[in-house]
Design a protein around this ligand. Structure first.
Ligand code: KG4
Ligand code: ZN
Length: 357
């Protein structure tokens, strides 16, 4: 059995990452090295990712991470079958750093370049970690994206739903910022919510019950702000109660939206038997529990890759590169980085969507 071996680079947001992954003919994968440098500390005092700082930090960290990944994997450049880099969507300065580095390595070592869509990498991770067969439904919930995608095959995606305003991770981060909790906000909100009373505040559950499965979180964010402002100065108990109420609203909304997507797929004759979750928010325990319950009731298998592979990492880029190369796809060295790169270019804008959706 032959294997292909890919170096993957990720620089689209605030993680700089390099990984080496193999893919065997039977479709099974292995991670030989997965180096991630999180820039969280460099952005924390701004309460969010600063694009220029991110791009500079990628430049400084990437060479070291690539060297470390190859050393850990015990693989030389000459032994690689291809070089993959996330070519978008993302912060363009960072994307340029990773893609240009991958092009230089590919050119010097005469290897194919695979320009990977970062969203496709999230979408295919469950095939690396859990051998998930096609097709499946993907719930992608990160700081930048909130989408439901029908994953038919490598390169074949149908967007079922998106957010018309904020991404779910962004809603967690903004809630945390408002309450004076640290960045990134998701883990802080989840921690604070543990001791809180989820019934104390009645927060809106946007889009609930609508047949089309789109998301919206900006109304919820406004309601959280109003609840917080009405209580200033906030006690720790107030913060815990707001976080618990916010998280309960989020979970109820997401479960309802995923439920609507399952119904819509089944209605269209799509065989919805598996739900894969990806993105940083997949680490949230309350969301996981809600999805577990939903999938049991609707008879779907729930697949949640390990947290380190749900958040941004190099292994997912290398793996998507391997999946593409195995099908004969590679890209020219003049491939342009893309700030925007929808997985399903045929998807219509969601009704009421702002420019970010
Ligand atoms: O996928 P990711 O690492 O980066 C991208 O945005 O692409 O996702 C980061 C997001 C942040 O918004 C963070 O607050 C959120 O994931 N997050 C969580 C949790 N852990 C991370 N949100 C809710 N609960 C968590 N435990
Ligand atoms: Zn991501």
């Amino acid at each position: 059995m032959s294997k292909i071996c890919i170096l993957g680079l990720e620089t689209t947001c605030d993680e700089t990452a390099a990984a080496v992954v193999t893919r065997a003919d039977d479709g099974s994968g292995a991670i030989l090295a997965n180096e991630v440098y999180s820039q969280i500390d460099e952005h924390a005092r701004y309460g969010g990712v600063v694009p220029e700082i991110a791009a500079r930090a990628h430049v400084e960290a990437l060479d070291v991470l690539i060297r470390r990944a190859l050393e850990t994997a015990g693989v030389a450049f000459a032994e690689l079958d291809g070089i993959a880099a996330a070519a978008g969507p993302g912060l363009i300065g960072g994307v340029m750093v990773g893609l240009t580095t991958a092009k230089a390595i590919a050119l010097v070592h005469k290897k194919p370049l695979i320009a990977v869509n970062h969203l496709e990498a999230h979408a295919l991770t469950a095939r690396l970690t859990d051998n998930a067969p096609f097709p499946y439904m993907l719930l992608l919930v990160s700081g930048g994206h909130t989408q439901l995608i029908w994953v038919e095959d490598v390169g074949r995606y149908r967007r079922l739903a998106t957010t018309i305003d904020d991404a779910l991770g962004e809603a967690f981060d903004k809630t945390a910022k408002l309450l004076g909790l640290g960045f990134p906000g998701g883990p802080q909100v989840e921690r604070a919510a543990r001791g809180g009373d989820a019934a104390r505040f009645t927060l809106p559950r946007p889009m609930l019950g609508r047949p089309e499965p789109h998301f919206s979180f900006s109304g919820l964010k406004t309601a959280v702000r109003q609840a917080a402002e009405s209580l200033v100065p906030l006690s720790n108990a107030d913060i815990a109660d707001i976080c618990a109420s916010f998280q309960a609203a989020v979970v109820a909304t997401v479960i309802d939206r995923v439920g609507a997507a399952i119904a819509s797929c089944r209605h269209q004759g799509l065989d919805a038997r598996r739900l894969v979750v990806a993105g940083g928010v997949a680490a949230n325990g309350a969301l996981r529990a809600g999805l577990d319950e939903l999938c049991a009731a609707r008879r779907l298998a729930l697949i949640v890759p390990p947290a380190a592979l749900c958040t941004d990492n190099g292994a997912m880029i290398a793996w998507a590169g391997a999946e593409r190369l195995a099908r004969g796809f590679s890209d020219p060295l003049d491939f342009a980085p893309r700030a925007r790169w929808p997985l399903d270019p045929t998807a219509l804008a969601a009704p009421g969507a702002g420019v970010k959706a």
